[in-house]
Write a protein that binds this ligand. Structure first.
Ligand code: ADP
Ligand code: MG
Length: 698
């Protein structure tokens, strides 16, 4: 503990006191956000360079990522086309030469000219013009004399840098921090937890992260750090869940009369999965604690029927139910369906959406407030100020991915005390994300499709094959089916999007599909027009609906059996899956035709996945791999932070499961984290995610 005596501040010691740093270099470390020794200890290397295996230059092959080591023998710059400046440096070892190439980076030339010893460069090997080996914009560093013997033949961490911060400095600081201070780090994980979960102590993990003995140790260290990070999240979610379970909600005694009434609600027999999740929901509703449940089910799995079952039980206990949908089209469609089911039972359903006239809205708001409206269906208009309910007992939120945590809370806040909350999502979310974003909710999954559905056949056609595509669509139209045509996504503006839809509409209605009734639907239409068009398509007065992505969510026309997606490469994977779910809703064999020329590799991958599977969960996993967790979850809207310091949701699913199990076990033993050995855990949970703690109580 010599250094602690010297500085007296332990881990809060300023970085300038680290061996080999000093005030000047401290400023550079500060640029990376590292002010104290603790900051340095917790800097995560971006990758590791395996200096135990640096291949001789003559062994290099194009395409390979590799480190090379040698002397700089030649540096020259010259202007090239486009006003750019080319910099070429030759690196040589005993076996050959490789060219390091940069554009427009004159300062690199200056640095290279100053190099005295050997250099290590890392990058992808390419074959240059004259069959020479090249590396474009490699990462590189000079090996200084002292470093050479020490650093060679090791796994060396590579840290993310800023301008003017050399790699060797961060390495030196990290090494000194580990050697002098790592033992001062107090492990927040109690020993019992570490033993039970078989994870390494923190001090050991930090040492191995910065100075790994080998890849196995490094991976074990990372595992420990990821586990800890996940554990805080899972503890927080489990605590939030327990908190909701302890609140006093509304017990809904569900009578046998309700169960028999339920049967008369639908023109079909419920699937086994629907029956099971309805029982899960009823069990929650009967309990005095408020329900807080997520209902997951792929498009077309029949979530609306489940929602209806919950609403029936709520209404028969004398409370109101509300159903909030993300778009007006969807809200209206729910309204039509729900009204049709409940009207014969004498249960009053009302719609509230933004586009209604002031008088219509006023009536709906009045009916909600007085309690006359037993079921209210709407968009976010439902959570606006001035909308209140006499006795709201159940809040259902459809298509959660469009709403945020805050909207969920806002609807709940309109309840009578603590209403039951059911969140429905049609976006299959990979399990890792479900556990992260919805870990505080109980989960019900509809994992079975209504009977008689034939899996949708998906084809990928090139633009040149359009005539054949139209022919097959016409054949289906002749048989009495209906078709969707979806126009490309145009990011630039709503106006251009509309233009694209109109163009396609004219092309089809005056050309290829002249003999059919074609309708057009786009975002800039007046709500009334949209509704009329949707209605005509539903009734079968239109054979073909040309549309922008406004039909993405929830539209239900069982007779529509084919969808053609134009420029399908412009859509995201989950979005295409959602779109495709508009067909295959009836007894007919349905088709989805993706029209696209081969684009970039990601786009190509997306189309291949869609052709290969209709399993929403598999698609979601692939989407996660292609796009990364932030985009898949739309986390900006969720208001949930899933940026991890160590963890990666794509890679660390197993560790997330493990952390979840551990969190549950820890809380079973110590529900409030009140035991002394868990004090550090509780402190971390609180400090890590204060913003979510706020949301959880609303
Ligand atoms: P989603 O889960 O996508 O919201 P919906 O609730 O819109 O699915 O249901 C899709 C279609 O399947 C609807 O036409 C609905 O009437 C029908 N459906 C739902 N459950 C069943 C069932 N058990 N048997 C037959 N058809 C069903
Ligand atoms: Mg739905």
């Amino acid at each position: 503990m010599g250094s602690q005596e010297k500085t007296g501040r332990g881990l809060d010691t300023d970085v300038q006191f680290l061996k080999g740093v000093g005030p000047k270099h401290a400023a550079a470390l500060n640029k990376l956000g590292a002010h104290t020794v603790r900051d340095v200890l917790f800097m995560v290397p971006r990758r590791y360079e395996d200096r135990r295996e640096i291949p001789p230059i003559s062994f290099l092959r194009p395409g390979q990522h590799a480190s090379v080591r040698g002397r700089i023998v030649d540096v020259f710059t010259k202007p090239v086309r486009g006003g750019r400046v080319l910099l070429r440096a030759s690196l040589q070892d005993d076996t050959g030469r490789i060219a390091l190439v940069w554009f427009n980076q004159p300062w690199v030339a200056k640095q290279l000219q100053k190099v005295k010893g050997e250099v290590i460069a890392y990058g992808q090997i390419k074959e240059g013009d004259r069959r020479t080996m090249e590396m474009l914009s490699p990462e590189w560093e000079e090996l200084d004399e002292g470093e050479e013997s020490d650093e060679f033949a090791r796994l060396v961490p590579v840290y993310g840098l800023s301008e003017g911060v050399p790699q060797w400095l961060v390495r030196k600081a990290a090494k000194s921090a580990v050697e002098l201070f790592a033992t001062m780090v107090v492990d927040p994980l109690p020993e019992a937890v570490r033993k039970a979960e078989k994870v390494a102590p923190l001090t050991w993990a930090l040492r191995q992260m910065h100075m790994p003995e080998d890849t196995k140790h490094r991976d074990k260290a990372r595992e420990r750090l990821v586990f800890e990070e996940f554990l805080y999240l899972q503890l927080m979610l489990q605590l939030r869940k327990m908190q909701v379970h302890e609140e006093v909600g509304i017990p809904f005694p569900i009578s046998p009369a309700v169960r028999s009434e339920l049967k008369s609600l639908f023109p079909f027999e419920l699937t086994g999965a629907q029956k099971r999740v309805i029982e899960e929901i009823y069990a929650d509703m009967e309990r005095p604690a408020p329900m807080n449940r997520l209902l997951q089910g792929d498009v077309g799995s029949g979530k609306t029927a489940v929602a209806a079952a919950a609403m029936l039980a709520c209404v028969r206990c004398g409370y109101q139910a509300a159903l909030m949908a993300p778009t007006e089209i969807l809200a209206e469609q729910h309204y039509i369906n729900i009204h049709r089911m409940f009207d014969p039972l004498g249960i009053e359903t009302r719609l509230l959406v933004g586009k209604q006239t002031a008088a219509q809205k006023k009536k709906a708001v009045e009916a909600a407030r007085s309690g006359q409206a037993q079921i209210c269906i709407g968009t976010h208009a439902l959570i606006q100020e001035g909308v209140g309910f006499a006795r709201l007992g159940l809040a259902i939120i459809d298509e959660q991915h469009r709403f945020g945590v805050l909207q969920r809370a806002a609807l709940r806040a309109k309840g009578y005390g603590n209403p039951d909350v059911l969140v429905m999502t049609a976006t299959p979310i990979p399990r890792t994300l479900t556990m992260t974003l919805y870990g505080d909710l109980d989960l019900s999954v509809i994992d079975e499709m209504p009977p008689g559905r034939k899996p949708i056949k998906t084809h990928w056609k090139r633009a040149a094959e359009r005539p054949a595509v139209y022919e097959s669509v016409k054949k289906l139209l002749k048989e009495g089916r209906q078709a969707y045509f979806v126009c490309p996504v145009i990011a630039e503006s709503e106006k251009m999007q509309t233009q694209a839809a109109q163009d396609l509409y004219y092309r089809l209605s005056e050309g290829e599909l002249k003999e059919y009734k074609v309708g057009l639907l786009h975002g800039q239409m007046k709500p009334v027009e949209k509704e009329e068009t949707m209605d005509a398509f539903r009734r079968g007065a239109l054979d073909v609906l040309v549309s922008t992505v406004v039909i993405e969510v929830g539209v239900d026309v069982p007779n529509a059996s084919v969808m053609v997606v134009e420029d399908a490469n412009r859509f995201g994977l989950s979005q295409l899956h959602q779109l495709r779910g508009r067909v295959g809703r009836g007894e007919w064999q349905s088709f989805c035709v993706l029209v696209a020329d081969a684009g970039n590799p990601d786009a190509q991958k997306r189309l291949e996945v869609l052709v290969a599977t209709t399993d929403g969960f598999r698609i979601a996993e692939e989407d996660l791999k292609i796009r990364g967790p932030g985009d898949v979850a739309g986390t900006k809207q969720h208001g949930t932070d899933i940026d991890f310091q160590f963890a990666n949701l794509v890679l660390d699913g197993k560790l997330l499961e493990k952390a979840r199990g551990a969190a549950i076990r820890i809380l079973e033993d110590d529900p409030g984290l009140k035991k002394r050995e868990n004090a550090a855990l509780l402190a971390r949970v609180k400090e890590k995610r204060p913003e979510e703690a706020l949301v959880s109580v609303s």
